[in-house]
Design a protein around this ligand. Structure first.
Ligand code: UT7
Length: 321
């Protein structure tokens, strides 16, 4: 039997200083605070400063997670960054983060699974840890969506924000991460995408986010329902055994539907969408860090992390804290 598992030893997060409230958006596009709040639960989002890069946001969140875990950057054996908004085509944001942290030699790579990116990154790092050859891993979700939004399109620009969240995994004899469940279906690629790419020194295709909002909504609710069933069955647990749900923060109505499926009161669901909006790969670790630091999530509790996003991709990780 495998005797190597990973445990989340520390969390951290970072939000850029600038706050953009729904009221500010009323002056930019034909929308209202009331429409945004009632349809999504969002009140405001954070926006990165011009000079800030995704790796800078990742750096701030990572430093806090390392400090909380009591792990030095030099002792990291693995760095995984989940992002859809990398600093550049290459090197990966994970490599850029590695050098900013002052870490060296450990493998570092990016995971691209859009809003499920952190779940994919955590599941990937957990597999490395289970090999027994890695002691400390850093998993980060970091995004600057404000740079891939069409700020004239009210159907998308009101939904997203910037930020970063990070966790440090430590090898342990007991889990930790109990199970992870990943899925993708690329036939939905056109429903949520940024189709632009770099070609011959120019941008080819539109490098801005486009989405069939109601199609994504329907898919997300169904995918998250299925994930709950799959995760609970795989662990021989009952829905009532889940102490906390930390879902991807896209829309409060999607989150409420997921909580209903679990028969869970919203008091057991970590919600940050009102203040952060959808920060894609950063949303789950941002929410997790908040609930760990304010003392809601405690030792011995079962925490279900779940997300769905472009690709489509979707996945869940069940953690015993
Ligand atoms: O992380 C995964 C990525 N994304 C998501 O999870 C998003 C999933 N989808 C959603 O959250 C929701 O579908 C939205 C919030 C995007 C939209 O909510 P909805 O209840 O599905 O609204 P709708 O798209 O059906 O639009 C209703 C109306 C439309 O007007 P008409 O055609 O009925 O006259 C839109 O043009 O609301 C209009 N509308 C707006 N009005 C004011 C769309 N955006 C806005 C806006 N302000 N910002």
């Amino acid at each position: 039997m495998n005797s190597h598992y990973s445990r989340i030893a520390g969390t951290g997060s970072y939000l850029p200083a600038k706050v953009l409230a729904n009221r500010d958006l009323e002056r930019m596009v034909d929308t209202t605070d009331e429409w945004i709040y009632t349809r999504t639960g969002i009140r405001q989002r954070h926006i990165a400063a011009d000079e800030e890069k995704t790796s800078d946001l990742a750096l701030q969140a990572s430093r806090k997670a390392l400090e909380a875990a009591g792990v030095a950057a030099a002792d990291l054996d693995l760095i995984v960054v989940a992002t859809t908004t990398p600093d550049m085509v290459f090197p990966s944001t994970a490599c850029l983060l590695q050098t900013k942290l002052g870490a060296r030699n450990c493998p570092a790579f990016d995971v691209q699974a859009v809003c499920s990116g952190f779940i994919y990154g955590l599941a990937t790092a957990d597999q490395f840890m289970r090999s027994g050859r890695f002691r400390n891993a850093l998993v980060v979700g970091a995004e600057i969506y404000s740079r891939i939004l069409d700020w004239n399109d009210r159907t998308t620009c009101v939904l997203f924000g910037d930020g970063a969240g990070a966790v440090v995994l430590r090898r342990d004899r007991t889990p930790g991460i109990l199970s992870s469940h990943l899925h993708a279906d690329g036939s939905y690629a056109n429903m949520l995408s940024v189709p632009g790419t770099v070609c011959g020194g120019k941008v080819s295709g539109r490098p801005l986010l486009q989405m069939d909002g109601s199609g994504v909504f329907r898919f997300a609710v169904k995918a998250l329902d299925d994930l709950v069933e799959e995760t609970i069955a795989a662990n021989g647990m009952q829905k009532a055994d889940i102490d906390w749900l930390v879902p991807h923060q896209a829309n409060i109505r999607i989150i409420q539907a997921s909580a209903r499926k679990l028969g869970m009161s919203m008091e057991k669901v970590v919600v940050t969408v009102d203040r952060h909006a959808n920060t894609s790969a950063a949303s789950i670790p941002l929410a997790l860090d908040e609930a760990v630091r304010d003392g809601r999530i405690r030792s011995g509790q079962h925490v279900l992390l779940e997300g769905v996003g472009g690709g489509f991709t979707w996945g869940a990780v069940l953690v015993k804290w």
